[in-house]
Write a protein that binds this ligand. Structure first.
Ligand SMILES: Nc1nc2c(c(=O)[nH]1)N[C@H]1C(S)=C(S)[C@@H](COP(=O)(O)OP(=O)(O)OC[C@H]3O[C@@H](n4cnc5c(=O)[nH]c(N)nc54)[C@H](O)[C@@H]3O)O[C@H]1N2
Ligand SMILES: Nc1nc2c(c(=O)[nH]1)N[C@H]1C(S)=C(S)[C@@H](COP(=O)(O)OP(=O)(O)OC[C@H]3O[C@@H](n4cnc5c(=O)[nH]c(N)nc54)[C@H](O)[C@@H]3O)O[C@H]1N2
Ligand code: SF4
Ligand SMILES: [Mo]
Length: 745
């Protein structure tokens, strides 16, 4: 008998509501949920392939434990025992500092990833935490940290109400949006133009998004910070800088003006390879628009000047008065955020509370650069990493210098991977703990609700029950934490981990005069929590103490998990509202436009504009494919093939100059090594740019990726050696790095 169940799609940041058809506990069909309050029926090919992905026969269903050098299936009890013994041996001899934690992208797409990693890191007391953020959006956290005092206060474009949208290094028609959670981005861009609005795209590639724009500017990769600075210069020079009602909340305007003076359109035109007049036009159009939003994504973050570019995006929003106003760039208010408190001065944002051992990279948001993972393992000496806990990450393919990472992982004393696949990274683990597939997992978007272009709240309980005796990912991570704490015996109760988190939060809330539960007994409040599992109780707690919550009786009609369960298609909480100054955590209580660390990086940009021999070399940029996702979706045959292949795209003139025909094999060399890939000639690229997707290179032994290993592709990150970083954020330069190309063989 078939039935249907609702499930929020975890496969990208758009968070579409899906209707799954389930036949004998298998997902046989997936379509968009028309009644979903956020996505209203939108679905893309990945979401539609949810069933195939969920039922991939290569997914691990039982843990693997290394015995005599080989990974063999084991019971869950044996696997957790092996983790306790393996981590215990390393920490006993070298301390928790010798254990690193690696957290990958799917952690922001699972409930477990939102709840347990902080406790895991605390249990290990390690400062060696590496995440996908330093391959991605860390520059945005850093710029927002300095601007707003809170690195997680990230303004998003108010897509439904803007008249003028400027996208910098973003391709939402393919990525479906990022740091701007919006289901049906394509429809929202169409609607913008239908209501007379304009779309401008800044991208060296004429992507699908760029092709749909009113204006497309194609700068040389990596030069956006200079281009945006020049726009700021034009705003000041032409008297167009007008923050309006925002003005009382801003500080540092004069300093920004002084810094921008060095970046006239004429002075950056050659560096960016964009005519000065085009830069003026961009600035004038932005200033003239009634309601405008500038938004930058991966092409503005994982680049040489990522933090400066990310900062300038919001400087432009602020100087044109578009920050925090409808139709501009606004701060979402998620249902699990702390309820707003009366504004009080914060401590501001700092980095560098500790530094990495080998290269001395500053800590940023408690993390070290993912690009420094391998050297922290393979460089001998005091403090070397000897064990790793990897949760949902595949750094062998996703981070710079995969071969070095590959070798480094092989040399670890102990490694545990929480991963459904035996892939390029997890094949090095001593224990692999596979979480159940998404249909059997509950879902709540902790991360993306803080980035959504409309405030809503939705929850999906598991669509299919767990197989008996199989833990879900929250339980796996809770038991991992207990194992690390040396409490991982067979009777270990994972509820302890949730209970501890609940009591900690309630301890601080009941002591906080502005909390709705101020003065109450934490245990009494905890006894009121609903939910069938530990993670549901934690969700209930967060919702009830959140901005829309019932405050445990303070707001009669306020939100609880129970209300959410009564609304399976979600609850609409309305369009984004203005949130200044409540969001600010800066010491001054203002938006600090010219923080010293940001200003300190400007001379580096000036030097690049002035010099720059590298400008003449070919540079590489990335691309994404609608039917793919980073490194882990190449094993589902319905999604690969056709245009979803690992080809090196070149402009026809570059191809002719290099003697490369369409389909020929090219050898591509970078600082970190070389790869070969078939050439695909296309005039969508600007000259001087080669474009390769990431996440390929599935040709290693010891994996279980039947489909992916048949069409392995090449690992673009092998071209990097890990030394090119945006210094303020530690983010790897994945776009706009120099390479050489020649015919192979
Ligand atoms: N050259 C280049 N490199 C890039 C990029 C680029 O644009 N160019 N993009 C970068 C970006 S933005 C990112 S975010 C990173 C991503 O890099 P990673 O964070 O390493 O993410 P993935 O490559 O997607 O690997 C995810 C891993 O999680 C596993 N997984 C899937 N679902 C689950 C689950 O539900 N639970 C658990 N525990 N595991 C799961 C997968 O099997 C896989 O091993 O790559 C970065 N690397
Ligand atoms: N289908 C699909 N969707 C995905 C993913 C996926 O792998 N596949 N990955 C998810 C993840 S982890 C993320 S972080 C998001 C990323 O979301 P997006 O950032 O929207 O996606 P990208 O395709 O990486 O777009 C980056 C764009 O920047 C351009 N670019 C490169 N260098 C420069 C530069 O120097 N300047 C400018 N202005 N542009 C530049 C590239 O040509 C590219 O079009 O997508 C998410 N969604
Ligand atoms: S757009 Fe993203 S969230 Fe929506 S169906 Fe596709 S993969 Fe899933
Ligand atoms: Mo990402």
């Amino acid at each position: 008998m078939t039935r249907t169940a609702l499930r929020i799609c975890p496969l990208c940041e758009a968070t579409c509501g899906l209707v799954l058809t389930i036949d004998q506990e298998r997902v046989t069909h997936a379509r968009g949920d028309r009644d979903d309050v956020f996505s209203a029926g939108f679905v893309c090919p990945k979401g539609a392939s949810f069933g195939a992905l969920d039922a991939d026969p290569d997914r691990l269903t039982r843990p693997l434990v290394r015995r005599d050098g080989r990974l063999v299936e084991a019971s869950w009890a044996e696997a957790f025992e092996a983790v306790a013994a393996g981590i215990g041996a390393v920490t006993a001899e070298h301390g928790g500092e010798a254990v690193g934690v690696v957290l990958g992208n799917p952690n922001v797409h699972t409930m477990a990833g939102g709840l347990y990693p902080a406790q895991l890191v605390a249990a290990l007391r390690t400062r060696s935490v590496f995440t996908a953020s330093t391959l991605d959006q860390m520059p945005k956290h850093v710029s927002c940290g300095y601007l707003f005092g809170d690195p997680n206060a990230i303004p998003v474009p108010d897509l439904d109400r803007t008249d003028h949208l400027v996208l910098i290094g973003a391709n939402p028609l393919v990525s479906n949006g990022s740091l701007a959670t919006a289901a049906d981005f394509p429809g929202k861009l169409k609607a913008l133009r239908r209501r007379g609005g304009r779309l401008t795209v800044v991208d060296p590639n004429r992507t699908r998004t760029a092709a749909a724009a009113d204006r497309h500017v194609a700068p040389r990769p990596g030069t956006d910070a200079a281009l945006l600075f020049a726009m700021v210069q034009v705003l000041f020079a032409e008297g167009l800088a007008d923050p309006g009602e925002l003005a009382p909340h801003l500080s540092g305007v004069a300093e920004v003006r002084a810094m921008a003076a060095d970046f006239t359109p004429e002075s950056v035109a050659a560096y960016c390879d964009v005519p000065a007049e085009d830069i003026r036009t961009l600035a004038r159009e932005l200033a003239a628009a009634e309601r405008a939003a500038v938004y930058g994504r991966l092409g503005s973050t994982a680049v040489e000047f990522g933090t400066l570019a990310s900062w300038l995006v919001d400087v432009l929003n602020a100087l044109t008065g578009n920050l925090d106003r409808p139709g501009g760039a606004m701060f979402p208010l998620s249902a699990t955020a702390r309820a707003p408190r009366p504004p009080r001065p914060g401590r501001g944002f700092t980095t560098g509370r500790w530094h990495s051992r080998v290269s001395g990279h500053p800590e940023v948001k408690g993390e070290l650069p993912a690009a420094a993972l391998a050297e922290e393992i393979d460089t001998p000496g005091e403090g070397r990493l000897r064990a790793l806990v990897v949760v949902a990450s595949n750094p062998v393919l996703s981070a710079p210098d995969g071969l070095r990472t590959d070798r480094a992982l092989a040399g670890l004393d102990f490694m545990v991977s929480v991963d459904p696949y035996l892939n390029e990274t997890s094949r090095h683990a001593h224990v692999v703990l596979p979480p159940p597939p998404p249909a059997r997992s509950a879902h709540y978007d902790f991360a993306f609700s803080t980035l959504a272009v409309r405030n809503t709240v939705r929850y999906s309980p598991p669509a299919v029950p767990l197989a008996a005796g199989t833990p879900d990912e929250p339980e796996i991570l809770a038991r991992l934490i207990l194992a690390v704490l040396g409490q991982g015996g067979p009777d270990a109760d994972p509820a302890l981990v949730d209970g501890q988190a609940v009591m900690r939060r309630l301890g601080s809330e009941t002591a906080d005069a502005d909390s709705p539960v101020h003065g109450r007994d934490p245990a009494d409040v905890a006894a009121l929590l609903g939910g069938r599992t530990g993670y549901e109780r934690r969700l209930d707690l967060m919702l009830r103490l959140g901005p829309y919550g019932d405050g445990f009786g303070a707001e009669l009609d306020g939100l609880t998990l129970a209300t959410l369960l009564d609304h399976p298609h979600g609850i609409d909480l309305g369009p984004l509202g203005s949130r200044l100054p409540a969001v600010l955590r800066t010491a001054s209580g203002t938006v600090e436009l010219a923080a010293a660390p940001i200003a300190g990086d400007v001379p580096r940009l000036l030097a690049a504009v002035a010099g720059g021999d590298e400008r003449r070399s070919l540079v590489l940029i990335g691309r994404r494919h609608l039917r793919s996702n980073n490194s882990w979706m190449h094993n589902v045959p319905v999604l690969t093939g056709g245009s979803n292949r690992c080809t090196a795209q070149l402009h026809p003139e570059d191809a002719a100059r290099l003697g490369l025909a369409d389909g020929a094999l090219a050898r591509i060399k970078g600082d970190g090594g070389e790869i070969t890939a078939p050439v695909e000639i296309t005039d969508t690229l600007r000259r001087g740019v080669v474009c390769l997707p990431h996440g390929w290179g599935h040709d290693r032994t010891g994996t279980r990726l039947t489909a992916a290993s048949r069409e392995p592709g090449a690992n673009v990150n092998q071209l990097l050696d890990g030394s090119r970083l945006d210094p303020l954020s530690g983010t790897a330069v994945l776009n706009g790095f120099p390479i050489q190309v020649e015919p192979a063989g």
